[in-house]
Design a protein around this ligand. Structure first.
Ligand code: GDP
Ligand code: MG
Length: 180
C-alpha cells in the first residue's frame, strides 16, 4: 500500500504476511526467532498472539511486515478466512523430518489460493534443518516442489537461526517489488 493516506512523513509500507503449514512444523518458533530472536523447545499453541510486526529497510524506506501466526487453529483444520484476509505474503512451512507435513503443502497452497484475491509472494520453508540425522524429505524434493508451484524455497532452523531472517526478508522484498 502506498502513502497517500498516511499521517506521517515520507512513504510507509505495511504488509500482511501469514505463516501456514501443519501443526508443530515450527511456525510459531520461526516467527519468535525472526521478531524477537527467541526459541522455545516446549512451545504450546500460543493462544492470543495474533501477529508481530517487524520492520526492515528497503531502498531507504521503512517497510513493516505484520506477520500472522495461526495460534494453533490449524490443529482443527479451521484456519479462518479472516486469517488470510489482506495477506500479500505467505510462508508455507513443513518439517523436513516429517514427510506427512510435506505432503500437506499442496492442501495449504489450495487454501491460500482460495482465500487470496491478489498476488501473494510465497515461500516454501523446510524447517528443522538442524535435524539432518532424522531428515525425511530431501532438499531436492523441496526445491522441485517449489519450482513446480512457482514458490521461493529455503530450508531453515528456528532452533539455530539458519536462514530464518533470510526467508522472511526475501518474501518482504518480493512484496515490496510487487507493489512499488
Ligand atoms: P507450530 O505448531 O507450527 O507453531 O510449531 P512450534 O513453533 O510450536 O514448534 C513445534 C515444536 O518443534 C516445538 O517443540 C519446537 O521447539 C520445535 N521446533 C520448532 N522449530 C524447530 C527447529 O528449527 N528445529 C528443531 N529441532 N525443533 C524445532
Ligand atoms: Mg504455533
Amino acid at each position: 500500500m502506498s502513502s497517500s493516506d498516511d499521517e506521517g512523513s515520507g512513504e510507509e509500507y505495511l504488509f500482511k504476511v501469514v505463516i501456514i503449514g501443519d501443526s508443530a512444523v515450527g511456525k510459531s518458533n520461526l516467527l519468535s526467532r525472526y521478531a524477537r530472536n527467541e526459541f522455545n523447545m516446549h512451545s504450546k499453541a500460543t493462544i492470543g498472539v495474533e501477529f508481530q510486526t517487524q520492520s526492515m529497510d528497503i531502498d531507504g524506506k521503512e517497510v513493516k511486515a505484520q506477520i500472522w501466526d495461526t495460534a494453533g487453529q490449524e490443529r482443527f483444520r479451521a484456519v479462518t478466512s479472516a486469517y488470510y484476509r489482506g495477506a500479500v505474503g505467505a510462508l508455507i512451512v513443513y518439517d523436513i523430518t516429517r514427510r506427512t507435513t510435506f505432503d500437506s503443502v499442496g492442501r495449504w497452497l489450495e487454501e491460500l489460493n482460495t482465500h487470496s484475491d491478489t498476488t501473494v509472494a510465497r515461500m516454501l520453508v523446510g524447517n528443522k534443518c538442524d535435524l539432518e540425522n532424522i531428515r525425511d524429505v530431501s532438499v531436492e524434493e523441496g526445491k522441485s516442489l517449489a519450482e513446480a508451484e512457482g514458490l521461493f524455497f529455503m530450508e531453515t532452523s528456528a532452533l539455530d537461526s539458519t536462514n530464518v531472517k533470510k526467508a522472511f526478508e526475501i518474501v518482504i522484498r518480493e512484496i515490496y517489488s510487487n507493489v512499488s
